[in-house]
Design a binder for this molecule. Structure first.
Ligand SMILES: NC(=O)c1ccc[n+]([C@@H]2O[C@H](COP(=O)([O-])OP(=O)(O)OC[C@H]3O[C@@H](n4cnc5c(N)ncnc54)[C@H](O)[C@@H]3O)[C@@H](O)[C@H]2O)c1
Length: 336
């Protein structure tokens, strides 16, 4: 069966996923797209073999030629489209964050629970990265002993001066590490703190950059996450789990290390599209395979809710200058 996909939001990652669904992942075709920028939607549709540009995102969700929906519009608009897809009984892939507030995420969780089956997959692609998967296998095997600490680094070359805020460094950027740590450890975050080091001269005036997120899990693992989004030199993602009797950290991503002229060098990826290309392919492949069965797998609406709730607590901790406990709603059996 070919899954007919409708895409809401044809910006940077919407176009990337459209290309992936057309040329890389088998079993899918894009049949409809929409964007508030109608010209952009038309241009994207024109470049795809079977897609029409529709006026509104809700038209895409309702379209009879759409079996499953991919939501890649900006974060605050996700809830409306994901709720509509659940209502229509269509599998829906929603880019992170599921929604910008914990309350909005909970509305999605409750709608899905009321529907009685999983339809939502959230775009936490780290879970599909070979390195993170190998690290989880080691942690789960007990080879490191009991996990004690996790050290994470999330560095971007730069972010747009306009439109990227200090809050987004947590809710849109650090949220990847928040989800990755929950998944790696199989543990929930119980409390958070934040630190703001000296501001980088590379950062625009309005932006706190870098920032440090400190997480404590229910089992007592302590996690530090450095988010530095104007580091200038590359897209650098690091993660190390420290257990009682061993450690595991992500290996470098370069296929070769060059030793010459007295130096050892390896390239650093320039962008997240390079670093996680295979992970994006794998997550979309799993989504298409599940959607063909009318179902969903992978990171769930509950994971989207938990990550957003933790990110919101981080902002409260940062702005209040204190440690904040994370209170989650009761986890529905659907997400056991
Ligand atoms: N998983 C990842 O690594 C990753 C990477 C990049 C972006 N994202 C997420 O994907 C989403 C989109 O990010 P982007 O970088 O492509 O942003 P973008 O600004 O390039 O694209 C967003 C698009 O959505 C459109 N849009 C906004 N409101 C809309 C509405 N109501 N209906 C239809 N279209 C609407 C905009 O016009 C724009 O074309 C964000 O939630 C972002 O956090 C995830």
């Amino acid at each position: 069966m070919t899954v007919r996909v409708g895409i809401v939001g044809t910006g940077m990652i919407g176009r990337d996923h459209a290309r992936r669904l057309t040329g890389t992942v088998a079993g899918a075709e894009v049949t409809a797209v929409a964007d508030v920028d109608a010209g952009r939607a038309r241009a994207v549709a024109a470049g795809l073999p079977a897609a029409r540009a529709l006026p509104r995102g809700l038209d895409v969700v309702a379209d009879a030629a759409v079996d499953a929906v991919l939501v890649t519009s900006s974060g605050p608009t996700h809830e409306e489209f994901v709720l509509a897809a659940i209502e229509a009984g269509k599998p829906v892939f929603c880019e992170k964050p599921l929604a910008p507030t914990a309350d909005a995420c909970l509305r999605v969780v409750r709608a899905e629970v009321a529907r009685g089956r999983r339809l939502v997959q959230v775009g936490f692609m780290r879970r599909y990265d070979d390195g993170y998967r190998a690290m989880k296998e080691v942690v789960d095997s007990g080879g490191l002993g009991t996990p004690l600490m996790v050290h994470c680094v999330h560095r971007n070359v730069s972010v747009p001066v306009a439109g990227y805020t200090s809050d987004m460094a947590v809710t849109d950027t650090g949220v990847h590490e928040i989800d990755a740590v929950r998944w790696l450890l199989g543990d929930e975050i119980a409390a958070v703190e934040m630190r703001a080091p000296r501001r980088s001269g590379r950062a625009p005036e309005h932006l706190r950059d870098p920032q440090i997120i400190l997480l404590e899990t229910r089992e007592g693992v302590h996690v530090d996450v450095e988010v530095y989004v104007n580091c200038g030199y590359g897209y650098d993602i690091r993660c190390e789990v420290v257990g009682e009797s061993g450690t595991a950290d992500l290996a470098g991503t370069a296929p070769v290390t060059v030793r010459a002229g007295g130096h050892r060098t390896a390239p650093v990826p320039a962008h997240w599209t390079d670093r996680f290309a295979r992970a994006y392919d794998a997550e979309v492949r799993e989504w298409v395979d599940s959607a063909a069965r009318g179902a969903a797998a992978g990171p769930s609406a509950w994971d989207g809710y938990a990550a957003t709730a933790v990110a919101a607590a981080c902002l409260e901790a940062r702005d209040g200058g204190r440690r904040v406990a994370v209170t989650l709603a009761e986890r529905p059996a659907l997400y056991a």
